[in-house]
Design a protein around this ligand. Structure first.
Ligand code: BTN
Length: 258
């Protein structure tokens, strides 16, 4: 049994029904399978054995070394398909979590489109949003807290690379993220885009995008659309709208480049 010693009073106060699990297969799966949910029900574990990532990938942490939490957002987040909010949502959650991470003193944290949390180009965390049959959205967040053994991926980084006692900040991290997403999701779309943009490290970078079937595009990530799509300016000057793909940040553009 894992006893991380962490207590969660702020998280409990800021969620509807708070469930702390000693271990779980996947916090997202747990909320996806629950018969009835309400907004801001939250489930959290420091021992998640079968974490799920985007594109059917795995999200792996050793017991006690990763923070995994998932919560419910109201159906309207999912139904505004014309405005593309389900594409925008991982970015909005990303901005909220990154702001909370800045609050712990890690000011270099940023989002990499579409769902990664990076510090100094290394992966600290990730976000997975899934829609339930009843329209509610399950939002899952995974954060590397520390690594005692092998890294789960070669480019992984954990909170303990920046904080001496990362466990002390976890309750505030979750509660601040929840507060931020609650107010951001009620804001007008233009404000949401501004909020996302201020934490999106992808913008202004020369990037490589690996699409399905290995197709590769390169260009400057110039903006995000209202639907959360990435706008890529390619060499011909044409703009390509990207909805899916893995992004590699190649380099930051100088002030005179565009
Ligand atoms: C990614 O990087 O592709 C997203 C990773 C998301 C992992 C989190 S951990 C909490 C929640 N439960 C899961 O099974 N996945 C998400």
């Amino acid at each position: 049994m894992i006893d991380s010693g962490v207590e969660w009073p702020l998280t409990e106060q800021n969620s509807s029904e708070f469930t702390l699990l000693e271990s779980v297969d996947s916090t997202n799966r747990w909320l996806m399978d629950r018969a009835e949910v309400q907004p801001y029900d939250l489930v959290l574990s420091m021992d998640q054995g079968e974490g799920r990532g985007r594109l059917d990938r795995q999200w792996v942490n050793s017991p006690g070394e990763g923070l995994a939490f998932s919560f419910i957002l109201p159906p309207h987040e999912n139904q505004d398909l014309e405005g593309g909010s389900l594409n925008r949502l991982p970015l909005l959650v990303g901005a909220s979590v990154v702001r909370a991470i800045h609050g712990l003193g890690i000011k270099e944290a940023m989002i990499k489109w579409p769902n990664d949390i990076l510090v100094s180009e290394k992966k600290l965390g990730g976000i997975l949003c899934e829609a339930r049959q009843d329209g509610f959205v399950v939002v899952g967040v995974g954060i590397n807290v520390r690594f005692s053994g092998q890294l789960p991926a070669s480019n992984a980084v954990s909170l303990s690379d920046f904080l001496e006692y990362p466990e002390e900040g976890l309750d505030a991290l979750v509660a601040d993220s929840l507060n931020a997403i609650e107010s951001a999701s009620k804001a007008p779309v233009s404000e949401q885009i501004e909020f996302i943009t201020s934490f999106l490290g992808t913008l202004g970078k020369f990037v490589k995008i690996i699409k399905d079937r290995g197709k590769i595009l390169e260009g400057v990530a110039s903006e995000i659309g209202q639907d959360g799509a990435l706008v890529l300016k390619v060499q011909s000057g044409q703009k390509k709208i990207i909805y899916f793909g893995d992004v590699i940040h190649l380099r930051q553009l100088g002030r005179t480049e565009s």
